[in-house]
Ligand binder design. Structure first.
Ligand SMILES: OC[C@@H]1[C@@H](O)[C@H](O)[C@@H](O)c2nc(CNc3ccccc3)cn21
Length: 447
């Protein structure tokens, strides 16, 4: 048995998001979000599930913080529901909504757990969506105003801020592929939305600096690792496009101040281009304190004309897949992290999401989710490799603390290290919780 030791002060954590766990969808003045509307629309979410109740975490702060304390994490990533703070997106501040997050943050600090706050994890106020949502540039300034409110309310209490969770999901998945709220299917709109999200990020970072806030701020894109099936030029180009749509499309503006030419050309072939105003790229390229990385899966890609949006097809290698159907591709974790450092320099990185979907149920009071342990073990080994190779890794937050509302999959897909019975809301730590507890306690991985 080998013991892989992680750096001293490595920050172990776990993560959730407001719409996925809170419930209390219409309590204490909370306004409607686009996910309330989407999940209440028949046919959009599996089994007609909604986030109306979810894990009821809005009413279970002490119970959930006790789980975090038992787990032994140093950091806890959660998100604030914009419609709880500004029910209409702007205008009147909803104090009861703000008070909920004060209670949560105070409980975390009392438990010696660092809050990691995501400002936007997809629950846009519906009132703003009705004025065009992220496709309307005015939403950018409403977001900065919402963020500034939280900065002023929590300065000194929350010292770790993430502006936007996964711009690719908010733009492409939600407004071109139409799989998530609000469900548009318009590539030009999706590219404009992606640009507006990056602008909202950049302007929020500027405001954070102007307010001389304590702490650090970053953004959390999802990344994918797609390698060419062969060294044939067409396979290399197809894999590059698949990676580029997810990775460079957002990372190049953030760190290089421009969109990747090869993807601009590809989208032009698809009939779309980004509308950039003169100051935009300088705003987007605001220096950040860390990069959050969400990694789940990867693939080998072969060129196939007309396949998907990028003339690329995942090759079926016979790899094990999780219960949501995603390839288990641990070496992609190492490859994407070392690639990030080669491409964008020595930026401090937190893994803000990594985890697996397995739908194990409670049997005799226990959940033997050994496949999740195997997934985490394989990925933490690759993470350790990346650190040994010089990647500036600051921490790791597994997705997720508990089973929760998995967007269009509803409650049919479980990512938690704590099982939730969605009838009774009883939480049951899984075997992976106990395994992760030991990794954290000893700051090491046994392989
Ligand atoms: O799907 C698992 C999690 C999800 O629960 C989080 O809210 C979200 O931040 C998240 N992002 C990914 C990776 N990107 C992705 C790709 C296709 C569909 C949905 C998410 C996985 N996850």
């Amino acid at each position: 048995m080998q013991k892989l030791i992680f750096p001293e002060h490595f920050q172990w954590g776990t993560a959730t998001a407001s719409y996925q766990i809170e419930g209390a969808w219409n309590a204490d003045g909370r306004g409607l979000s686009i996910w309330d509307v989407f999940s209440h629309t028949p046919g959009k979410v599996k089994n007609g599930d909604t986030g109306d109740v979810a894990c009821d975490s809005y009413h279970r702060i002490d119970e959930d913080v006790a789980l975090l304390q038992k787990l032994g994490v140093k950091v806890y990533r959660f998100s604030v529901a914009w419609p709880r703070i500004y029910p209409e997106g702007t205008g009147t501040l909803n104090k009861p909504g703000l008070d909920y997050y004060h209670r949560l943050v105070d409980a975390l600090l009392a438990a010696d757990i660092e809050p990691f706050c995501t400002l936007y994890h997809w629950d846009l106020p519906q009132a703003l969506q009705e004025k065009g949502g992220w496709d309307n540039r005015e939403t950018i300034d409403h977001f900065v105003h919402y963020a500034e409110t939280l900065f002023q309310q929590f300065n000194g209490k929350i010292k770790n801020w993430i502006t936007i969770n996964e711009p690719w999901c908010v733009s492409i998945l939600s407004n071109y592929l139409g799989a998530h709220a609000p469900g548009n299917q318009d590539l030009q709109m999706a590219l404009d939305i992606g640009h507006h999200l990056l602008l909202a990020h950049g302007k929020t970072v500027q405001r954070f600096r102007q307010l001389n806030m304590e702490g650090q701020i970053g953004i959390a894109p999802n990344v994918s690792w797609n390698e060419p099936y062969s060294n044939r030029e067409e396979d290399v180009a197809a894999a590059r496009r698949m990676r580029g749509a997810c990775n460079e499309w957002f990372l190049d503006p953030l760190f290089k101040g421009s969109y990747p030419d090869f993807m601009v050309a590809w989208y032009q072939k698809m009939g779309a281009s980004v509308n950039i105003q003169p100051e935009d790229m300088a705003i987007i390229q605001q220096p950040i304190d860390f990069l959050g990385i969400n990694y789940y899966t990867g693939s080998l890609v072969t060129y196939k004309q007309g396949e998907g949006d990028y003339d690329g097809e995942d090759v079926e290698e016979g790899r094990e897949r999780t219960d949501i159907g995603w390839n288990i591709y641990p070496e992609g974790f190492y490859n994407v992290l070392t690639w990030l450092t080669e491409q964008y320099g020595d930026v401090p990185i937190y893994i803000t999401e990594n985890g697996a979907c397995y739908n194990d149920e409670v049997q005799n009071g226990k959940v033997a989710d050994t496949r999740r342990i195997a997934y985490l073990q394989k990925h933490l080994l690759q993470l350790h490799r990346a650190i040994a190779s010089g990647v500036n890794m600051k921490g790791y937050m597994t997705w997720s603390l508990m089973d929760n509302f998995e967007w269009a999959e509803g409650y049919s897909k479980r990512f938690g290290i704590v099982h939730v019975n969605f009838e009774t809301l009883v939480r049951t730590p899984k075997q992976s919780f106990e395994w992760y507890q030991q990794v954290i306690a000893h700051n090491r991985l046994e392989v």
